[in-house]
Ligand binder design. Structure first.
Ligand SMILES: Nc1ncnc2c1ncn2[C@@H]1O[C@H](COP(=O)(O)OP(=O)(O)OP(=O)(O)O)[C@@H](O)[C@H]1O
Ligand SMILES: [Mg+2]
Length: 640
């Protein structure tokens, strides 16, 4: 049984077709990961399935009584008019239960005053029974678990919603959705604003989710753990694969190889036929036979040319003729030979982002107090620990609470902002580039093509770009800055997997200094020799998922199973989040393993006498853990 299905679905803006002819269905218990390059139309599809937009063609069928919950990709403008605090917003999900609770209190009061009439007792029994069945005694606990699991601290619960940051708003929306428990949960890049511990919690939660899921994500590890099917969107439509992300990659590779083999086989067959035609078309005895075979060959070549190989292989000839227009009379064998040579393989591998970062000068060595001095560091840590604030302080946008920062004279900073808020939403892609650095239109367009903005794409205004397209534009601007010190604030957010990999390669080859801020898991393993986090322990981060996750989720499943037997009709309890510090610390080496004490610190040889040390002391970072060394100590040797 499917909870949602759609057929022949298409969406177009003017004469631009985002996608056409999509067909698929979501089974009742389907956990589907939707993947595809940036800008292919994933968000557009989700919005249609969630009922927020109307498709240009085709239709969506939703099973009767299905409740759909949708988490959007960007939540900057969410809750604009809401006066609620985070906690009261969560309470509003349980308005019915709270009304029942209030009624129960009233009835109890009446009973306390001596009214024990049969009607009153019967009403009390009825309300109490339904209150208990609907989880009335658990909703407060659930709210606490969800908010804690998604990384809200106690003090944040009383913040008005409109004052939250974009990331916090997304988390609040997600929390509300999880509490509403819809039958079909549609999530658009839910992990973008979650820190490591919250992603882990969400994975556990979704693994035991008993409804259907449709999730867009560029996080391979997340998809591997949560989904059991993958829908891949490409320019050719949508294909379904069974299994998680790793299974999909393997199947896709096999499918590509199989298609390439089929294509080569058919091309060879065409060439053999053509060879027969060439040898026999001039001889009277064989001329008619050769002409007949040429006519058939032309027809087949035209089918592959216009409709693709699958049309020739999979359909009956009557259907093929409906879809393809074949007028072969003008072709001779020479045209046919050229057409066979021009046939393109049906396998379209994802386009590669072509990025270059070249510093003008090699400078700006960033020396952090680790066991080895590196020029490439990542600062990682949960939301709200001050990572972005730290970068903005380095750039001089904010005054440091204590200490001082001195930047070298030859230092040229390139900054990649988290939400790309410096991009003007009303300018086109091309204007944004030209305003950033003057270029003639021709070179500007070919430069943008390296970042996959081709054809009419360059005239799109920034506000119409998808999340990943905005990220690519920001990368294009960054690469023009000739910076020798890159400050990258969560650069992989919204980027599709090939773009993340391209960025990783570029950073590996970058000759300058990099400070990368991320709450991300190992999507950025290779170029980072040192990883720091505003937590008790800086670390050399292992390129693998945390070792303790499997037993913990098993424990969650056991808890859920117990709860199920107890209250068959009551909603399932949520996985209990572990205290942040425990989850975090178990997965990384301890402070003493990777972070030498000040006594053992040596002066940087590279910076020699020019080096200057600055201690950056930020007490905000101590709060989430309240254990171990309570603040991040970054000692910096900065070149003057
Ligand atoms: N209102 C609109 N008018 C014109 N084009 C639009 C509009 N909305 C979206 N687009 C374009 O449609 C394409 C698909 O956008 P969409 O946001 O669905 O991509 P996506 O697959 O979700 O990408 P990402 O992975 O970056 O989030 C993009 O090229 C976008 O610029
Ligand atoms: Mg999107």
């Amino acid at each position: 049984m499917s909870i949602l299905s759609f057929s022949n679905l298409g969406q177009s803006y003017g004469d631009y077709d985002v996608f056409l002819g999509l067909n698929a269905s979501i089974p009742n218990d389907g956990k589907i990961g939707l993947v595809g390059p940036n800008g292919i139309g994933k968000t557009t599809l989700l919005r249609i399935l969630a009922g927020l937009d109307t498709p240009s063609s085709g239709g969506v069928h939703l099973a009767q009584g299905t409740r759909v919950g949708y988490l959007r990709q960007e939540a900057m403008d969410a809750f604009a008019e809401r006066e609620n605090t985070v906690h009261t917003e969560m309470l509003s999900v349980f308005a019915d239960l709270r009304a029942q609770e209030a009624r129960l209190h009233e009835l109890q009061e009446q009973m306390a005053q001596g009214d024990t009439s049969d009607e009153l007792l019967a009403e009390y029994d009825e309300v109490h029974h339904s209150f208990e069945l609907a989880g009335g005694y658990e909703y407060e606990v659930r709210i606490r678990q969800v908010l804690q699991g998604l990384g809200f601290s106690k003090s944040e619960l009383d913040l008005p919603l409109r004052m939250l940051s974009g990331g916090q708003k997304t988390r609040a929306l997600l929390a509300r959705l999880l509490l509403e428990h819809p039958n079909l949960l549609i999530l658009d890049e839910p992990t973008n604003h979650l820190d490591f511990a919250a992603v882990e919690w969400l994975e556990g939660m979704l693994q035991t989710w008993d409804g259907a899921l449709l999730i867009v994500s560029h996080d391979r590890y997340f998809l591997d753990r949560v989904v059991n099917r993958i829908w891949e969107m490409s320019r050719n439509g949508m294909e379904e694969y069974r299994g998680n992300y790793s299974a999909y990659v393997q199947q896709r590779q096999e499918r590509w190889e199989r298609r390439e083999q089929e294509f080569e086989a058919i091309r060879e067959k065409f060439l053999r036929e053509l060879d027969f035609v060439k040898r026999n078309i001039a001889r009277d005895a064989t001329k008619d036979q050769a002409q007949g075979r040429l006519t058939r060959l032309i027809r087949e070549v035209r089918v592959v040319e216009q409709g693709g190989l699958h049309l020739l292989l999979n359909q009956n000839w009557g259907k093929v003729m409906e879809q393809v227009e074949i007028s072969s009379h003008k072709w001779g064998w020479m045209d046919t030979e050229q057409a066979i040579k021009n046939l393109r393989s049906p396998v379209e591998r994802p386009p590669r982002l072509n990025m270059h970062l070249k510093p003008t000068l090699r400078s700006g060595n960033l020396v952090l107090r680790t066991s080895h001095r590196g020029e490439c560091a990542a600062l990682i840590g949960p939301n709200g620990t001050g990572k972005t604030t730290f970068l903005r302080t380095l750039m001089g946008e904010l005054e440091p609470l204590a200490g001082q920062i001195r930047l070298g004279a030859s230092l040229k900073i390139g900054y990649f902002a988290q939400a790309h808020e410096k991009l003007d939403p009303n300018k086109t892609v091309l204007d944004t580039l030209i305003d950033h650095k003057f270029m003639l239109i021709g070179p500007a367009r070919s430069y943008l093509a390296q970042y996959l903005f081709r054809g009419e794409d360059v005239y799109k205004p920034v506000h119409l770009l998808s999340g990943g397209e905005r990220g690519r534009l920001a990368l294009a601007l960054l690469a023009l800055e000739d910076a020798n010190f890159l400050l990258l604030d969560e650069p992989t957010n919204h980027l599709d997997i090939p773009a993340q990999e391209a960025l990783q390669v570029v950073l590996e080859n970058f000759q300058g200094t990099i400070l990368l801020v991320s709450h991300d898991r190992p999507s950025f393993p290779a170029p980072m020799p040192s990883l720091l986090r505003p937590a008790p322990a800086p670390l050399n981060r292992p390129n693998k998922p945390p070792p303790n996750s499997a037993p913990r989720f098993a424990a969650n499943r056991a808890t859920t199973a117990r709860a199920k037997t107890k209250h068959a009709n009551a909603p399932k309890p949520w996985p209990t989040p572990k205290p942040r510090s425990t989850a975090w610390n178990k997965s990384w080496p301890s402070w003493s393993q990777t972070w030498p004490r000040p006594a053992r610190r040596r002066r940087s040889t590279r910076c020699n006498g020019w080096a200057r040390r600055t201690r950056i002391h930020n007490r905000r970072w101590s709060r989430p853990w309240k254990r171990g060394p309570s603040w991040l100590r970054l000692e910096r040797h900065l070149v003057r």
